[in-house]
Ligand binder design. Structure first.
Ligand code: FAD
Length: 327
């Protein structure tokens, strides 16, 4: 690990090293199921989670999206859950997504849905996953809606792309997510553009080894900028999902220089993060979609949000101190 000092090492431990340690720790903890049970039962962590999660139920998400739509944002609903190990759970998740599409239609919401393939049983059987995803895509197509397939850790990248590219031929109403931290993504962007598959470009939220991903943030950002340009020039309605001011400015600038109309792409951001930026972009006339997670399985999602910004932990500690004093 790059931050580990050895007896021979003379490099001093810098604040950035501490952030890296925290980041890696949160991503490690995101896979610890035993801890998940403990953490989700704690009132404080539950209250921190609710900064980033619309609520436990579909009703909560519908309420949140209604408010967002009223103010001009579109949304993507994410029913939290991943890495299911039983077929029954994958089928329940599928039914939940079908229910979400019915509510979007009946409430006339401006929203689509984001799905993780490990929630639909990718770890159990690729055939099961394909069957369940096809059911969701078919219903979404009947309702003239769209399904975004989230991208998970690199162990799933190829399988996710293969499945999306195969199903896209029958259901063009699906798109994928590509992560600029992976070396392979430049090529994947070209493949997606060629197949006219819609891409959401992100930096990437999982812990990846240097064999597959750029270890340095500067390289990840540079690749994001390069891939953003390829998507704006050759992609089908790309989405740029970042809260990074510099990359958002670069996207705006490039679109302006190339006379790309503002309705040919969108920005996407996470519920509860950089609301100032969400408002500003909307006021400037850009399309902005908010990713709205809901459900009780928020533990891995929360850990990834803490990893992205360990300062979120300070919020948790401050709340703990306040609660202790009030008790
Ligand atoms: C709509 C959407 C969908 C996504 N889907 C996927 C996916 O399918 N697969 C995947 O791997 N990743 C996904 N991500 C996560 C993404 O990969 C990044 O981990 C995440 O967006 C943080 O990176 P950033 O681009 O905002 O840039 P950073 O450089 O990490 O952050 C830029 C600034 O944004 C703010 N910020 C960022 N994260 C947080 C946070 N957690 N809390 C508070 N402030 C924060 C801070 O002000 C920070 O300085 C998604 C992100 C978005 C917005």
């Amino acid at each position: 690990m790059p931050w580990r000092s050895t007896a021979r090492s003379t490099r001093r431990f810098r604040p950035r090293d501490a952030v890296e340690v925290l980041r890696a720790s949160f991503l490690y903890l995101s896979h610890r199921r035993g801890l998940q049970r403990f953490v989700t039962r704690q009132r404080l962590t539950a209250s921190l989670a609710h900064r980033f999660v619309a609520g436990d139920r579909l009703d909560d998400a519908v309420q949140a999206v209604t408010k967002l739509n009223r103010r001009g944002w579109s949304a993507s609903l994410d029913h939290l859950g991943e890495n299911v190990s039983e077929e029954k759970a994958a089928r329940v998740a599928t039914d939940d997504y079908l229910a979400a599409f019915e509510r979007i239609a009946s409430e006339r919401l401006n929203a689509n849905v984001s799905v993780k393939l490990t929630q639909l049983g990718l770890d159990i059987s690729p055939d099961l996953c394909q069957e369940l995803l096809a059911r969701i895509l078919q219903r979404a197509q009947q309702l003239d809606n769209f399904v975004r397939i989230d991208m998970e850790g690199s162990a799933y990248t190829q399988r996710t792309l293969d499945l999306v590219l195969a199903l896209h031929q029958r259901y063009p109403n699906c798109g994928v997510v590509l992560q600029s931290y992976l070396y392979r993504t430049v090529d994947d962007v070209a493949r997606a553009n060629e197949a006219k598959v819609r891409v959401r470009l992100v930096k990437g939220a999982y812990h990846e080894p240097p064999e597959v991903a750029f270890p340095k943030k500067a390289d990840v950002d540079a690749k994001f900028a390069e891939e953003m340009q390829q998507l704006l020039l050759h992609g089908d309605y790309p989405a740029f999902a970042t809260h990074d001011d510099r990359l958002i400015e670069a996207t705006k600038q490039f679109a302006h220089e190339r006379h790309i109309p503002l309705d040919r792409f969108e920005f996407q951001m996470l519920y509860g993060i950089r609301r100032d930026l969400q408002v500003r972009l909307l006021r400037e006339g850009y399309r902005v979609r908010i990713y709205v997670p809901y459900g009780t399985e928020w533990y891995p999602y929360l850990m990834r949000r803490l990893a992205e910004r360990p300062a979120n932990l300070l919020f948790l500690i401050r709340s703990m101190i306040r609660e202790r004093r009030a008790a």
